[in-house]
Design a protein around this ligand. Structure first.
Ligand code: SF4
Length: 173
């Protein structure tokens, strides 16, 4: 038997940059070291769903966290996360370690140490200019909505797991 009994949980786009807001998208090689070290250390990988892709599709606009803070979006996120919370409980009850949950710095959904906020709503044409729109965005030190709700759901089940931005990953212990 060669089960490592260790698992990491990743924001969807760490394994699939096709899901990010157009026209962004990193070369997947940027995550190669992180992924390869997980495999070398026999750590299993669980990929979360991309909440923005599920809710708004590939043609979505970029968003800020404020736009996701309404009850129906929170319900969508909870529904997406429930099977993953259950899976984590199952792993833990069977002696597996969840080594960490990895997000994307600055994302309104999956940011861990930083997310973006802004006073945005309605028609883009109702703003003075693109610069006007951009100037309203700021990075704040809090989780994106998806990871925030994930942490709450785990907490309600008495589970504490390390949350990290993949950009801050150094090396597994
Ligand atoms: S919502 Fe999360 S998983 Fe989807 S593209 Fe943004 S950071 Fe990646």
């Amino acid at each position: 038997m060669n089960r490592g009994k260790k698992v990491i949980v990743l924001a969807h786009c760490i394994l699939n940059q096709n899901s990010v807001v157009y026209p962004y998208g990193k070369n997947m090689k940027e995550f190669k070291k992180f992924i390869m070290e997980s495999l070398e250390q026999n750590i299993g990988i669980v990929q979360l769903p991309c909440p923005e892709l599920r809710a708004y599709g590939l043609k979505r606009w970029g968003h800020v966290k404020d736009q996701f803070e309404y009850r129906e979006m929170e319900d969508i996120i909870k529904k997406l996360l429930k099977p993953y919370v259950d899976e984590i409980i199952n792993y833990k009850n069977n002696g597996y370690e969840i080594e960490g949950i990895y997000g994307i710095k600055g994302s309104p959904s999956c940011g861990i140490s930083l997310t973006c906020r802004g006073n945005w709503s309605g028609e883009a044409s109702s703003y003075e200019s693109i610069e006007d729109i951009k100037s309203r965005v700021k990075m704040v030190e809090e989780k994106g909505i998806f990871m925030e709700i994930f942490e709450k759901l785990l907490f309600e089940n008495n589970i504490e797991i390390k949350f990290l931005d993949v950009e801050d990953w150094k090396s597994f212990d």
